[in-house]
Write a new protein. Sequence first.
Length: 262
Amino acid sequence: MNLTLGFSPCPNDTFIFDALVNNKINTDGFSFDTHLEDVETLNNWAIQGKLDVTKLSFAVYLKVRDQYDLLNSGSALGRGCGPLLISKEPMTLEDVKNKTIAIPGENTTANLLFSIAFPEAKNKKIMVFSEIENAVLNGEADAGVIIHENRFTYQLKGLKKVMDMGEYWEQTTGNPIPLGGIFIKKDIAPEKRAELDQLIHQSLQHAYSEYPVLSDYVKSHAQEMDEQVMRQHIDLYVNQFSLDLGEEGHRAVDALMAAARR
């Protein structure tokens, strides 16, 4: 069975899917036409129903749940891994509502968490996540919501943390932070969905069996990242929830869906 599969080129996703898409495990007759794209591109594609299986921001789940189901394996969900609001100049929380804020996509969980923390902040500038640090540095935006590897680099560029929005979510809800998950088209047979879910689980187990060695696949897609930052990225975003969301993970996703509805 051939499926179209989309995920990001970030180390957490390539780490999870490497063994699956590069035949390092027995794929039981599955083959994949892979598309490595920024998560907001994948979010927008899912609204169009473009791919069979795809990584998505949990924030877009409400818009696609008539077409896609959430798998138990492959998610980015945890504690201490949320997006950060950063600025070049000192900024109080009260200041934020009147500032121009760069966000990594309208449908991202980062934007949803920012909106939950700062509901009055409406002046947003949508950008690719990797461009936000420079936009804040050169004055295109007063502040920016950063995700992925930028969590590890913003201080080196002289930028300052205004708020950890994952921390805000954890403190106000008690739940871990649901960032993104793996979704599959509902028109694919339930038994095939279950088989693929298990294969993603096995793919991640294979990656862990070789860690901290990083495969060429992970390294080739990481954007100008040294290996230490790649491992920091993997350690932050890949965890037990990535192997299986479990009851706690699903509860966190449900809490985010309820917040999105509000």
